[in-house]
Design a protein around this ligand. Structure first.
Ligand SMILES: [Zn+2]
Length: 212
């Protein structure tokens, strides 16, 4: 099986440019990782946290899934819990200082949740996963039934970030470290077309455009 041409070209470019420039750094972090921040982001190909935050190797501990969701803390003996496992390692093992949940515009996972509410099939695994959003989605649709489809999409993208932050605190080890002042939780939303990040203000509940 040959390597896909795009990947091979990209790898060769990495070796000759980025790795060549950052060789020392790669060597330094090979002894162990001490990233300051965990990012929970979407698997979407357009919202790479390392690109958005200009992060080098060893800086960000990233888990990406459909719709950038943090699930609630559930029985670890039932099913498989990839995001929860990454969260546990980030908090208990690495002891990150910050966790950022980063939603984004045009999120297909959020669109799937809205489609599911209209009875459209959304996939055997995607459906239950984005079902994490069912309650906040239904509350949003009930509270403002006149919203247009683009507004519904954006509103649910932002609500998903807030719900994920709430879900993070359902993990006892997260709640404990937040209480002790060792861990801070943040919400953000990234606009793909504009390349702009909005940051959740916990006081107002609004996502503010960041100064550049
Ligand atoms: Zn997405």
């Amino acid at each position: 099986m040959t390597m896909p041409a795009e990947l091979h070209a990209g790898y060769r470019n990495f070796r000759s440019t980025r790795f060549a420039q950052e060789e020392e750094r790669y060597r330094a972090v090979s002894a162990g990782q001490h990233p300051h921040t965990m990012i929970i982001g979407c698997a979407d190909s357009r919202v790479d946290p390392a690109t958005i935050f200009s992060a080098g190797p060893g800086e960000l501990f990233v888990v990406r899934n459909v719709a950038a969701l943090a699930p609630p803390c559930e029985d670890p003996d039932v099913g498989f819990h990839g995001t929860s496992a990454a969260l546990e390692f980030a908090v208990e093992g690495i002891k990150v200082r910050d966790i950022v949940v980063m939603g984004h515009g045009l999120c297909g996972g959020v669109a799937a949740s809205l489609n599911a509410s209209r009875g459209f099939p959304v996939g055997r695994f995607i459906g239950p996963w984005v079902g994490i959003l069912d309650q906040v989605r239904d509350e949003m649709l009930a509270s403002d039934p006149a919203l247009g489809s683009e507004d519904k999409q954006k509103a649910l993208e932002l609500l998903a970030v807030k719900l994920s932050l709430k879900n993070l605190e359902s993990f006892p080890f997260v709640a404990r470290e937040v209480r002790r002042g060792n861990l801070r939780l943040h919400g953000a939303w990234f606009s793909i077309a504009e390349g702009k990040l909005q940051w959740l203000d916990p006081e107002t509940g609004r996502f503010d455009v960041l100064a550049e």
